[in-house]
Ligand binder design. Structure first.
Ligand code: MSP
Length: 525
């Protein structure tokens, strides 16, 4: 029996550029929490996808002499392939050009239309096609030529003054309700710095939001007004609902059981859409609101935000070739504090790899399995009763509480550090107990058995806690210890209780899990 449902989403990524390290970062984070909460007994939904409508896509498709749909179809595999390379185990991948998305978007906005939350009016104002965002003139910046540019991407913005009629959502009516909601739900916007930004933005007053366009047709049709298509954000946000069955006759019950979810993981640049527009849309629809929008920071290289357009975009697959997928995932989750900007570099990646993975975790598995082969013919020794009291167990006994508290806060760095603490302690324990000395004295055979049993048992427990970060390595460690499929664990607390490693099972040594890297031959970040 599952403890309940748990849901997480990544942004629905614009399909125009293949995933880079920044988008992969959010996706790995969502996958890590998904894997953990599954092991922790929850029935998890993890929705990701691609945002395929809008002016930008329509214009790029045209430049490439393709229809927008054919253009999107040619780009979608870049996402599914990248997520496969990174072992992303999402439950739902939504392309906004799918029929189910059309049904969901039309259902959602028709209900708001019927309830009187929408009105039609001429739109005049500034629009950035690259960000697919409307800006008030007071938010714009100027470039050296004196042109107005987008405050986010710094590209010139367009003045849309065609008298084009748009449908508007009465966002301005939600100011008080949103402020009250933030007050009553202090965890809705995290981390707290983002919360303060949003609260002061909303206090400054809200404009109604244009949710349809009629000057181009690459979008989901507005069902009650021919010639209008939904604005990309009014479309893409709904994918969070589509993914878990909203608007899908056969899956309505599933949707009811899964919504609201725990987390939207987003980059800090798009928190406004998720913390202002999205909850107001849900309020208007009379639907419950996601528990937390977590706005993480940016990955920086050489002090600048990483992005493909700035030319500093190494692809995830390039790094996976060097480090392997598990080390890739571990580095980003353990070394870049979720919620803060984080500088990444090749040097640092190598450092973390060598310290945490090659020298600590990998080395521990090698030396302990080697000693098991040498002193016990490769079988898990039977531990004497006296061995049950030991310093490793002391750490292991409180590890679930520490690790789970970190994961509940999506503090991946803290969770990884808690496991590393046990791994380092086992290495120290090996030094302190010197099995190689014990092995020389037949009178101390029991003691030797106790020490090795404790080390092997700690390795089993570490593998469990490392699994959300490094699923392949943990599965391999389980295999080497003669244990079952780690992916089937659904109660990590119970599974990590001390003393469950069965005696006399054959243990395999295998190749080093994290071979040392040749640091002279690394690609440039
Ligand atoms: N399509 C919208 C999201 C709609 S969600 C209903 C969108 N797509 S995007 O492809 O531009 O998404 C970019 C995401 O990647 C954002 O969350 C952004 O913060 C994140 N990142 C882009 N560059 C980044 C870094 N250098 N570092 C970390 N994340 C960054 O916005």
């Amino acid at each position: 029996m599952a403890k309940g449902t748990f849901g997480v989403t990544t942004p629905i990524y614009y399909i125009n550029a293949a995933p880079h390290l920044g988008t992969a970062y959010t996706t790995v984070a969502a996958d890590t929490i998904t894997r953990y909460q599954r092991m922790n007994g929850y029935d998890v939904s993890f929705v990701t996808g691609t945002d395929e409508h809008g002016q930008k896509i329509a214009e790029t498709a045209e430049k490439n002499a393709m229809t927008p749909q054919a253009w999107c179809d040619s780009l979608a595999p870049a996402f599914t392939d990248a997520w496969k390379t990174l072992d992303i185990d999402y439950t739902n991948f939504v392309r906004t050009t799918e029929d189910r998305q059309t049904r969901a978007v039309q259902k959602f906005w028709s209900a708001l239309h019927d309830a009187g939350w929408l009105y039609k009016s001429a739109y005049e104002g500034w629009y950035c096609v690259h960000e697919e965002t409307y800006y008030a003139e007071s938010d714009l910046e100027k470039n050296d030529e004196g042109e107005f540019v987008c405050p986010d991407c710094k590209r010139p913005v367009r003045y849309e003054a065609s008298g084009e009629e748009n449908w508007f959502f009465k966002l301005s009516e939600f100011q008080d309700r949103l402020l009250a909601f933030y007050d009553e739900h202090p965890d809705f916007i995290r981390p707290v710095t983002r919360r303060n930004e949003i609260v002061s933005f909303v206090k400054g007053g809200l404009n109604d939001l244009s949710i349809s366009r009629s000057s181009f047709d690459w979008g989901i049709p507005v069902p009650w007004d021919e010639g209008h298509v939904f604005y990309v954000w009014a479309d893409a946000l709904i994918a969070y609902l589509t993914g878990i069955g909203y608007g899908d006759g056969e899956r309505e019950a599933e949707f009811d059981g899964r919504w609201p979810i725990q987390y939207h993981f987003v980059g800090k640049d798009i928190t406004r859409f998720h913390c202002v527009i999205w909850p107001a849309m849900l309020m208007a629809a009379g639907m419950p609101i996601t528990h937390t929008v977590f706005g993480h920071g940016f990955l920086l290289t050489k002090g600048e935000k990483m992005s493909k357009s700035k030319g500093n975009g190494l692809m995830p697959a390039d790094l996976v070739k060097v480090f392997g997928v598990d080390a890739y995932r571990y580095y980003f989750m353990s070394d870049v504090q979720f919620g803060h900007d984080g500088s990444i570099s090749m040097e640092r990646m190598v450092q973390v790899y060598n310290a945490d993975l090659a020298n600590t975790w990998g080395n521990l598995v090698s030396r302990v399995t080697n000693m098991t082969t040498k002193y016990f013919e490769g079988r898990v020794p039977e531990a004497p009763a006296a061995a049950a009291e030991n310093p490793l167990r002391e750490i292991a006994d409180t590890l679930y509480a520490d690790y789970d508290a970190c994961m509940a806060e999506v503090d991946f760095t803290g969770a990884a550090a808690a496991v590393q603490k046990l791994a380092s302690r086992v290495n120290l324990y090996v030094e302190e107990s010197a099995p190689w000395t014990l092995a020389k004295d037949p009178a101390r055979a029991d003691e030797l058995a106790g020490v090795l049993y404790n080390c092997l048992e700690a390795i089993r427990i570490i593998a469990l806690y490392m699994a959300p970060f490094m699923p392949n390595t943990s599965a391999e460690v389980f295999r080497r210890l003669g244990l079952g499929d780690i992916a089937e664990v659904t109660d990590i607390q119970e599974a990590t209780a001390w003393g469950q490693l069965p005696a006399s099972v054959a243990v395999e040594v295998g190749e080093p899990l994290f071979p040392r890297l040749d640091v002279d031959n690394l690609p440039e970040l």
